[in-house]
Design a protein around this ligand. Structure first.
Ligand code: ADP
Ligand code: G6P
Length: 483
């Protein structure tokens, strides 16, 4: 197969401007972390938004940014403040994100947002068309660019297009709420291969295609006139060996070389054998179920007072979409809840919740993954959730327990975790107790299965399976066109 270009809303690196200096910061989120490990293998470019508004960038600075990104094989699509407001904050994150995560009460139905979404999708499609050369393939990612496959296909029918959705695809009864549901499906159907994390999302997609468009589906194929579209499930993995190696290296490091976070944890005796640590890591997003997690931790301390003073919840929340109203409200709610738990159960020597509202360097994440006894992963909806897989990969001594929401795509691959309903506070509280008292033998028994599975289907396997299917589509396309 020839070059494959990646197209996604966000580039794997975001630009940070400091005085005259341009720094590339790794972008956070499953799409960026996963694809960053593999995209260079495809010899193409990654087309996307560098994360800052174009209004304040003069031509000279734009050229310098372009050069810097080009060193990483990235090409930028610049967005103005207005486009960010209407397309990114707007239709992507105030309409599609809540709709696809079953938060119908948060959906904004403003036609102005839709219009901006169409125009910005066109901007991405045009940039991709400009970059494409004869024989190149294109792989488009995620909900912000649902219209791009059709926009490219209608201009260049011969190009093979893959599309992968990193978030859940909702059931038809939810999708139909949206006035522009048909347009979204039509946009996706411009791709030759459409991938989802799980079979359930694929099933929901088929149901919408059948009911909205009336197309026939046989097995995993949709036939539209002289075109065939394949739809399949590809559960995304992580760079397992990278996490495993980093976690083993950490044990070899002398204390003075460990991160500031590690030294802090040591200083406050959080790493002592009589302290248990629970870890919670996400972007600050209402789909992640963070308030319920805090309520469940408070319920656990109330129901099992023997653990007060002995268990600490380390909660990392990366700032995300901070100009969208529901995210601003969530931040306040989480801060209040953290304050309540600490006020109710803490004392001068004991802070039950250590809350960090920031992104962390990779080394600190690894230290936390390897030193926490329990990972609390309780989204109310999540396309996949890579944090759960990263925790598993970092447990070099094969102990540790995951409490995992049945609403995360990853739950399909992690039957050995303690599976909970994220709205059942009592169940989560009891699972925390079960996790903290689980015998080491049982922890290892569960972890061995989890590790074997997550290692086997890592991000390289995920992407190579997708690309193999894309290449098959290319052959099918060529033979159809040769007829
Ligand atoms: P989502 O894609 O919805 O953000 P995932 O769990 O699939 O959720 O992916 C989140 C990614 O972001 C993971 O790779 C995780 O390591 C990273 N991440 C989450 N929180 C932080 C943080 N505080 N600092 C740095 N990286 C983070
Ligand atoms: C999820 C989405 C990605 C998105 C990421 C971070 O993982 O699936 O498309 O990039 O969240 O969100 P942001 O809005 O900061 O790009």
């Amino acid at each position: 197969m020839n070059r494959i270009h990646i197209v996604s809303n966000r580039l794997p690196f975001s630009i940070n401007l400091k005085d005259d200096q341009i720094d590339l910061i790794p972008s956070v989120g499953g799409l960026a972390t996963g694809m960053r490990s593999v995209y260079k293998e495809y010899n193409g470019k990654w087309i996307g938004w560098p994360g800052l508004p174009s209004d304040d960038i003069d031509d000279g600075l734009a050229d310098r940014i372009e050069k810097k990104l080009f060193e990483e094989d990235c090409i930028s699509v610049h967005l103005s403040k207005r486009e960010i407001e209407l397309y990114y904050d707007g239709f992507s994150n105030r309409t599609i994100w809540p709709l696809f995560h079953y938060f119908a009460q948060y959906i904004d139905y403003d036609p102005e947002l839709w219009e901006a979404f169409v125009n910005v999708n066109k901007k991405f499609a045009d940039k991709a068309l400009e970059t494409l050369e004869e024989g190149d393939t294109i792989w488009i990612h995620d909900y912000q660019l649902l219209l791009v496959p059709e926009m490219i296909k209608s201009k260049k029918p011969g190009v093979t297009i893959g599309f992968f959705l990193h978030i859940p695809f909702p059931s038809f009864e939810v999708l139909r709420i949206l006035p522009w549901r048909k347009e979204l499906i039509q946009g996706m159907l411009g791709a030759d291969l459409i991938g989802f994390h799980t079979y359930d999302y694929q099933r929901h997609f088929f149901s919408s295609v059948r009911r909205l468009m009336g197309y026939e589906i046989s097995f995993n194929q949709i036939q539209i006139e002289d075109r065939i579209i394949i739809v399949d499930a590809f559960p995304m993995g992580i760079d397992y060996d990278k996490f495993k190696k980093a976690a083993s290296d950490i044990f070899q490091k002398p204390l003075q070389e460990k991160s500031k976070l590690h030294r802090e944890l040591e200083k406050y005796f959080l790493l002592s054998p009589d302290r248990k640590l629970i870890l919670s890591i996400d972007r600050l997003d209402y789909s992640k179920g963070i308030p319920n997690r805090l309520k469940a931790f408070a319920k656990f301390l109330k129901d099992y007072p023997e653990f007060v003073g002995k268990v600490t919840l380390i909660m990392l929340a990366v700032p995300s979409r901070g100009t969208v109203e529901h995210y601003i409200n969530l931040k306040k709610e989480v801060e209040e809840l953290v304050g309540n738990v600490n006020g109710q159960f803490g004392n001068i020597n004991y802070t039950p919740v250590w809350y960090f509202y920031r992104s962390m360097p990779f080394e600190s994440l690894i230290e936390l993954y390897s030193s926490c006894d329990v990972a609390l992963v309780t989204p109310v909806r999540d396309g996949m959730n890579l944090v759960a897989k990263e925790y598993v990969a970092s447990r070099t001594n094969r102990t540790g327990v995951i409490i995992l929401s049945e609403m995360a795509g990853v739950a399909k691959e992690m039957g050995e975790a303690l599976i909970i309903n994220p709205n059942n506070i009592n169940e989560i509280a009891d699972s925390i107790k079960q996790a903290l008292t689980m015998p080491l033998d049982e922890q290892r028994e569960r972890m061995i299965f989890l590790q074997d599975r997550i290692k086997r289907y890592d991000v390289f396997k995920w992407s190579s399976e997708f690309v193999k299917s894309l290449s098959r589509m290319e052959n099918i396309q060529n033979s159809l066109h040769a007829k």
